[in-house]
Ligand binder design. Structure first.
Ligand code: ATP
Length: 589
């Protein structure tokens, strides 16, 4: 079993870059006016409370000494302060949460943009549950930072400064008690900032792991059941849950310790203030009636400092979440948008890979692929499993860029256009890739078909659906094309999903179509039916077919063999079969 940092204190703590919290603060920039209003409300809220307790203490002290009812003006002022405090508390909470939720909504979109920009390689390297944790739980955790920390810190600082000035004017010795206690309160979260960050990072990491395991388990429930692996998986989930619990417990007990230290400091401040005030009264420096007010003011300005110190401490444990969100937001684009995008010319298009080298950060996958699919032609790409065929498909659609070489669009007239320079929207309209298990989305069958062509009319939709056999699927669904498909199309068979995925691509009328094992889930008759659907307007597009099935490959105009990272043979089926170039990659050819 792997060492668990939450249960094994010797394990290296997750590394969190410094400045992670600060790096996210510009997210407030778009909401400056609201942030200022939130800080103002927090300031009024805290100031009203300090004024209220100070005035109340003074009123009671005076009434006791003079044995007289408090004057109506003092009662009225106290009433007003209670009302101001009530309204400002409501206003501060309302504004701070409004601000926090607006910022979080914008952050979620930016995290999604970052993932989309760096997908799909990034997604391949991380588990989807982990990504979901980043996008949702980490962003959610930051609510505390935006809603509670920033405004609390500023307001308590201002109230403390003003209160200290008043104390200094009335009885300077009380400042000698208040200042060191406030300094210690502020220092506690700073002193243990590093370990606090590490503990917070462990909690978030364990939560992300648990989320990844849970998503994977639910996704693979059928396989786990079929292979009798459910109990083992359950035990693993329980272990992950325990690890998360241990990390949370470690964080909570430290938090409890920090709270106890804060309380002890406040108690010391109470004792010190009582002693100093008594001494001041007995020395005749302070009128007796003022003593309760001075004590109330001293403690009243320390309470927000203690609260701010607690917020600062909790914010420190959010550093890991902030770092992950920041990393997702700042993820570099794997296919950066062109600086000076060029439109993709109208008319027929071919596509060419020229000297393409590519790797996923490890061993080279493609080492100089030269492959041309002319407009109006169909080329089949064959190769052993893992040879890099899907990688070629993804490069053609510009999910990634080659390390060396180029992918070029070949217009009927005019020079080749490097896909790195093509306007993204034009490129997406021109090129479609249909994989073996293209995911469907929660929504109606018609919505799924219109994914790439939202404006396609009903007549076009039905014609394409008929050609791909999707009309027969719709006929068996309760509401036909208006039937809501389950998440990822889970209610459909693999072959049905393949038909819908192909119809979805054809409806968008791509000029370059890449079929990556699209019909692998279909029987021979289904494969032939989809081939006929494709043949109908094959002359008006360039088609690259990646397949392991001989019948599918045979229909192509030309066949290219991908081996050891490059094209080792190319020609018609008959030519290659005669040379024996296909037998290695297509058994029986
Ligand atoms: N996202 C990824 N990150 C890292 N390595 C990857 C990634 N995708 C593919 N690979 C690796 O790149 C190599 C080529 O994979 P690719 O999917 O292109 O092969 P393929 O020829 O399409 O295989 P198959 O016929 O089995 O689908 C393999 O070694 C694979 O493990």
């Amino acid at each position: 079993m792997s060492a668990n940092p939450a249960t094994n204190p010797a394990a290296p703590a997750p590394r969190v870059p410094s400045g992670a919290l600060r790096a996210l603060l510009p997210a407030l920039a778009g909401h400056r006016a609201m942030a200022v209003r939130t800080c103002a409300a927090a300031l009024v809220d805290q100031a009203a409370l300090v004024a209220l307790v100070t005035l109340a203490a003074h009123t009671v002290g005076t009434a006791l000494l003079e044995r007289a009812a408090p004057p109506p003006a003092a009662v009225a002022a106290l009433t007003v302060l209670v009302l101001v405090r009530a309204v400002s508390t409501w206003r501060e909470m309302d504004l701070s949460h409004d601000l926090a939720y607006r910022v979080l909504a914008a952050l979620r979109v930016r995290v999604f943009d970052g993932l989309a920009r760096s997908a799909p390689a990034r997604i391949a390297g991380r588990r989807s549950g982990d990504l979901a944790a980043t996008a949702m739980a980490d962003v959610e955790a930051l609510e505390f930072l935006y809603a509670h920390t920033t405004a609390t810190l500023l307001a308590s600082g201002a109230v403390f400064a003003a209160g200290t000035a008043v104390l200094a004017a009335v009885e300077p010795w009380t400042v000698a008690v208040v200042l060191p206690v406030a300094a210690l309160l502020a220092a506690v979260p700073l002193l243990d900032a590093r370990t606090r960050t590490e503990r917070g990072a462990r909690v978030r990491e364990e939560a992300a792991r648990l989320s990844a395991e849970a998503v994977e388990t639910v996704d693979g429930l059928r396989e786990l059941l079929a292979f009798g692996a459910l109990d083992r998986r359950r035990a693993r989930l329980a272990e992950r849950g325990r690890a998360l619990g241990a990390a949370q417990r470690a964080e909570a007990s430290w938090e409890a310790g920090a709270a106890a230290v804060r309380e002890a400091l406040v108690v010391a401040a109470v004792a010190g203030t009582v002693a100093v005030t008594a001494w001041s009264v007995s020395a005749g420096r302070l009128p007796g009636a003022w003593a309760p007010a001075v004590m109330a003011l001293a403690l009243g300005i320390l309470a927000p400092v203690a609260e701010a110190a607690a917020s600062l401490g909790r914010a420190g444990s959010l550093r890991a979440a902030a770092a992950r969100v920041g990393a997702a937001i700042g993820a570099p684009a794997l296919a950066p948008p062109p600086r000076d995008p060029r439109p993709v010319p109208d008319g027929p298009l071919g596509v060419r890979m020229r000297g393409v080298h590519f790797d996923y950060g490890g061993a080279p996958v493609l080492t100089g692929v030269d492959l041309t699919v002319p407009a109006g032609r169909t080329v089949a790409l064959v190769g052993a499993s893992g040879a890099g065929k899907s990688t070629c498909a993804h490069l053609l659609a510009r999910f990634w860029d080659p390390a060396r070489g180029a992918v070029e669009l070949l217009p009927g007239d005019g020079p080749p256009l490097d896909v790195r320079e093509a306007a993204d929207a034009d490129l997406r309209r021109a090129v479609a890739v249909v994989g073996q298990d293209a995911p469907l989305f929660h929504g109606t069958l018609a919505d799924n078909l219109r994914l790439a062509a939202p404006d396609a009319g009903d007549a076009d939709l039905r014609a394409v659906a008929r050609a791909c056999g999707v009309d027969r699927i719709a006929a068996h669904l309760p509401d036909g094309y208006a039937t809501v498909l389950g998440e990822r199309g889970a209610t459909l068979s693999g072959g049905q999903r393949a038909r819908i995925a192909l119809a979805r691509a054809l409806l968008a009328r791509p000029r370059i179509l890449v079929l990556d094992e699209t019909t692998a889930n279909l029987d021979t008759a289904g494969d032939a039916e989809l081939a006929a659907a494709l043949a109908a307007d094959a002359p008006r597009r360039a088609t690259l077919v990646i397949a392991h099935r001989a019948a599918t490959v045979r229909r192509a105009d030309r066949v290219a063999v991908l081996e050891e990272g490059r094209i080792t043979a190319e020609g018609t089926w008959a030519e290659l079969a005669a040379r024996g170039a296909l037998s290695r990659v297509l058994p029986g050819a």
